[in-house]
Structures are given as C-alpha cells and as structure tokens.
Design a protein. Structure first.
Length: 32
C-alpha cells in the first residue's frame, strides 16, 4: 500500500471533512 502524500498547498475548492462534518453527512445519507 502506498503512503499518502501530504499536499504542501491546500487544493482549491475542496473541503476538509472533520468529525462533525462526517456525522452530518452520515445522517443525511441515512435518511435517503
């Protein structure tokens, strides 16, 4: 398995999902 590389600069137009965001997405997906 390859190691994940750290990006020196943030990728434009992307969102970093933290624990709160992932729980929010989980609840939305569970409703569907």
């Amino acid at each position: 398995m390859k190691q994940q590389l750290e990006s020196p600069q943030p990728i434009p137009d992307t969102i970093v999902f933290d624990l709160r965001e992932s729980h929010k997405g989980y609840r939305i997906n569970k409703m569907c």
